[in-house]
Structures are given as structure tokens and as C-alpha cells.
Design a protein around this ligand. Structure first.
Ligand code: FPP
Length: 243
């Protein structure tokens, strides 16, 4: 049994990787250099999560709002995605990691989309760590999409209004059936001193523990990660019930 199957259970860790821009600014580097350093940090966290026996790791890589950034920055982030898959796919596959995507990645530039599809296909049979990349993801858009899909089924008579349950709504989110039913995150970490969810997993985070650190994402090491997991181990989770 892995250390994290104990009490409180730690099955799913989600991370809002924030602070790449500030990391670059401090060094008088272009923002894309910050994202590059952020990608390296992400690699190490994926590796360590697999080693630790964590079952699900989800990262917020690109939000529905991130399109507002300059073409140079947006293009740079997607080129990094191609670079990540090129350099890491073999290792990820060897480590039994399964890559999943959460979000509508159809508007993503073709090379990045193709890299993603390659990663999804190559790792489809792996049953170790499920590494989910939130890409062009926004929680409100996700909930809206789920509601539309349920509304269609109600209209066509496939389901009755009384059949609309929390479980049904969960099953129509990106974390639902289309991605093999990813459980709700036990822990959500946000780096860089910002303390908000920014449209990330709003439905799924109902009972998640939240942890924040001032460390900027490119400086987030496996050691910092493990300290935060240790802190989680001291939390008492009640899920709305009594002690
Ligand atoms: C937030 O920092 C980070 C992002 C919007 C992009 C995250 C991307 C990576 C970690 C690297 C690439 C990985 C993949 C999978 C493509 P920010 O730019 O908002 O930082 P700031 O708040 O300091 O400006």
C-alpha cells in the first residue's frame, strides 16, 4: 500500500502552476523563459508523483482566459508542450503514467494538438499515475457544457428532470466518463502567493483541502512538494460531517 492510501486519503493532487512570469521578470528574461523553467519544474513533479504512488495529478497549464496573452507568449507555451512530449513521452510511458487532457483542446495549434494526441494514444494502456493536463480549461465553461449535454438529453426524453443528480452532473464534466471518472482532488496547491481558484475545478473542489505557497512555480521542487504533502497529512477532513 502506498503511503498516500492511508488516512487522510490522498488520491488526487491538483496544482495551479502560477508565477512563471514573475520568475522571468526577476531575471530580466522574456516570459516564455519562465514557462520553460515552469515546464522543467512540472517534469520533476510528475516524476516524483509517480514515485510516491500518487494516483492522480492534475495541472492547470492553460486557461480559457490565457488566450488574451500576447501571440508570442501563447505560441511559446504551446511550443513548450511539443517540447515536453518530445523529451518526456518515452520516460512517462516507461513509468506507467497515463496522460489525459481536461478542456477543449481543439483550438490549440496543430503541432501541440498532435503531440497531445500522440501522448494520449501512447499512454492509453498505462495504469499508473493519471497525469491530467488542463488545457484551454475553465470550470464555468466545463459546467456549462455539462448542463447543455444534460439539457439535450432531457429535451429528447433520454432522461427525466428527476434523474438529474450530482452524480450525473459529475459524470458529464471533463473529469467524468470521458476521462475515466477522475475522483475529486483531495488537495489543490497554488504557487506564487496567490490565494484563489481562478476558475479551476470549481465543482470538483467542494471538499478539497487548499494549500498555498509563496514559491514561484519554476522554483517548485519535489522537496517543496513533499513538504506540502506532509502538511496535508496533518489536516483533518470532515466532508461536512462532525468529528
Ligand atoms: C502561470 O504563470 C502559468 C501559465 C499560464 C502556464 C503554465 C505553463 C507551464 C508550467 C509550462 C508548460 C507546460 C505545458 C504542459 C504546456 P503566469 O505566467 O501567470 O505567472 P505570473 O502570474 O507571474 O505572470
Amino acid at each position: 500500500m502506498s503511503e498516500f492510501e492511508k488516512n487522510p486519503p490522498l488520491t488526487h493532487v491538483a496544482i495551479i502552476m502560477d508565477g512563471n512570469g514573475r520568475w522571468a521578470k526577476k531575471r530580466l528574461l522574456p516570459r516564455v523563459a519562465g514557462h520553460n523553467a515552469g515546464m522543467m519544474a512540472m517534469k520533476e513533479i510528475v516524476r516524483r508523483s509517480a514515485e510516491l504512488g500518487i494516483k492522480y495529478l492534475t495541472v492547470y497549464a492553460f486557461s480559457t482566459e490565457n488566450w488574451k496573452r500576447s501571440d508570442e507568449e501563447v505560441g511559446g507555451i504551446f511550443r513548450l508542450l511539443v517540447k515536453y512530449v518530445d523529451s518526456e513521452l518515452a520516460e512517462i510511458t516507461k513509468n506507467n503514467v497515463r496522460v489525459r487532457v481536461m478542456g477543449d483542446y481543439s483550438p490549440v495549434p496543430a503541432p501541440a494538438r498532435e503531440s497531445l494526441e500522440k501522448a494520449l494514444e501512447t499512454t492509453a494502456d498505462n495504469d499508473g499515475l493519471v497525469f491530467t493536463i488542463a488545457l484551454n480549461y475553465g470550470s464555468r465553461a466545463e459546467i456549462t457544457r455539462a448542463v447543455k449535454s444534460i439539457a439535450k438529453d432531457v429535451k429528447s426524453g433520454v432522461i427525466a428532470p428527476e434523474d438529474v443528480t450530482e452524480q450525473l452532473i459529475s459524470s458529464r464534466l471533463y473529469t467524468g466518463e470521458e476521462n475515466g471518472n477522475i475522483p475529486d482532488p483531495d488537495l489543490i496547491i497554488r504557487t506564487s502567493g496567490e490565494e484563489r481558484l481562478s476558475n479551476f475545478m470549481l465543482w470538483q473542489s467542494a471538499y478539497s483541502e487548499l494549500e498555498f505557497t509563496d514559491v514561484l512555480w519554476p522554483d517548485f521542487t519535489p522537496e517543496v512538494f513533499e513538504k506540502m504533502l506532509e502538511e496535508y497529512g496533518h489536516r483533518e477532513r470532515r466532508f461536512g460531517g462532525r468529528k
